[in-house]
Design a protein around this ligand. Structure first.
Ligand SMILES: Cc1cc2nc3c(=O)[nH]c(=O)nc-3n(C[C@H](O)[C@H](O)[C@H](O)COP(=O)(O)OP(=O)(O)OC[C@H]3O[C@@H](n4cnc5c(N)ncnc54)[C@H](O)[C@@H]3O)c2cc1C
Length: 352
């Protein structure tokens, strides 16, 4: 159990010092706090294997605006005793109460990680690679996709070489983690060989040591710097069923190119979770709202989410109706009126 103000990286280090593992991992690990992670139901790089923060929290303590303390710090995975109240506070961005303590769900500490960067030119190869990886490697923990238009900027801002000299359209960073045994390495090698042989990918970079592996992750973690290098920009965090992802991207890119030819798109994301990050960069600020409307209207048509993991906050609040029905919004507001009647907590965020 930790205090909600602990920085995520410190939480992970503390847990690992006790020979356990808390798998939440995201670019903001050195600054974000576990209370913030829980209140935004953060996702990150290992959702594919361990789930979102919601799945990594066994219990929480919450203080309501009237001073009521809800102690829900139970160590139970199964507990069918009616409404699981902690979920009212996970992912609702502090609108219903303040999270003060978090009971973490821990896992055995992985002894070894292997990563590789695979490259391909057809989007269909990404989905076939994901299916193949899931079927053959239960230790798969990350499946991060970077488009050429993202990885070239990420390489520029981090002073790295562009992998494969940018010869491919898509780059997939896969990682497995597990016990340190020759079997783990052999399984990973076999996966990579078969993936290339069966044309789920056209090329691969296989790091030979931890430093080379970290160099690949530096590219994936450079999203914030890559956006800032092409400011002014909008950062979209879209949830789309994977089967629709390719059509969705084509439609969005075409619509943007037609009406806003000067905008540069950068694409990357946690594709294993159907989560696409789109940055529309080098914008004119007067185009922000029309471009948001454009992207969210297409998202709505695909029954997607206007924010898969970052949350609504203030900026996305006017667009929430693209992902939630009138009835859902009304119920969320009624719960807010019940728990936070004077709007003392985070007024102006998420819902009225
Ligand atoms: C470089 C970078 C990379 C990122 N990558 C990812 C990613 O891969 N996946 C992902 O999901 N997110 C990602 N994020 C966003 C990240 O999830 C959030 O920034 C983080 O989880 C929020 O934690 P925080 O401490 O920064 O919260 P803050 O930004 O301080 O707060 C976020 C919201 O939660 C509320 N809040 C904070 N603490 C509490 C509390 N104790 N009780 C109730 N409400 C509270 C705040 O009022 C606010 O509304 C990234 C952010 C950055 C900067």
């Amino acid at each position: 159990c930790v205090e909600s103000g602990m920085v995520l990286e410190e939480v992970c280090q503390l847990v690992e010092s006790k020979d356990w593992y808390f798998p939440l991992d995201l670019g903001a690990r050195g600054s974000c706090r576990i209370g913030g992670n829980v209140s935004t139901n953060a996702g990150g790089n290992r959702v594919l294997r361990y789930g979102t923060t919601r799945d990594l929290v066994m219990g929480i303590e919450v203080v309501l605006p009237d001073g009521t303390v809800l102690n829900m710090l139970r160590r139970l995975i199964k507990n069918n005793t009616g409404l699981d109240l902690k979920h009212l506070f996970i992912g609702t961005e502090g609108r219903y109460g303040i999270i003060t303590k978090v009971m973490l769900r821990l896992f055995p500490k992985p002894e070894r990680r292997y990563s590789a960067l695979l490259a391909m030119n057809n989007f269909a190869q990404i989905t076939s690679l994901l299916k193949f990886a899931r079927a053959t490697m239960p230790q798969l923990s990350s499946f991060e996709v970077m488009w050429k238009n993202y990885i070239t900027v990420a390489a520029e801002v981090t002073g790295s070489a562009v992998p494969f000299d940018g010869a491919y359209q898509y780059y997939v960073l896969v990682e497995i983690e597990g016990v340190d045994s020759p079997r783990l390495e052999e399984d990973f090698q076999a996966f990579l060989e078969n993936a290339l042989e069966q044309e789920h990918a056209d090329d691969a970079i296989i790091p030979q040591n931890i430093a080379q592996s970290q160099a690949l992750w530096i590219l994936r973690d450079a999203s914030a710097e890559s956006m800032r290098a092409r400011a002014p920009y909008l950062a979209f965090d879209i949830g789309i069923p994977l089967k629709d992802m390719s059509n969705f991207i084509d439609e969005v890119e075409e619509a943007i190119a037609k009406d806003y030819p000067d905008i540069e798109c950068q694409l990357f994301g946690h594709l294993g979770d159907g989560n696409l990050h789109l940055t529309t960069a080098r914008m004119r600020e007067e185009d922000f709202i029309p471009v948001e409307e454009l992207v969210y209207q297409i998202t709505q048509r695909y029954k997607g989410s206007i924010t898969a993991e970052h949350g609504i906050g203030v900026i996305k609040k006017p667009f929430l109706h693209y992902s939630r029905s009138e009835e859902e919004l009304k119920l969320m507001e009624q719960i807010r009126q019940l728990l936070n009647p004077d709007n003392a907590l985070n007024n102006g965020r998420v819902i009225d």
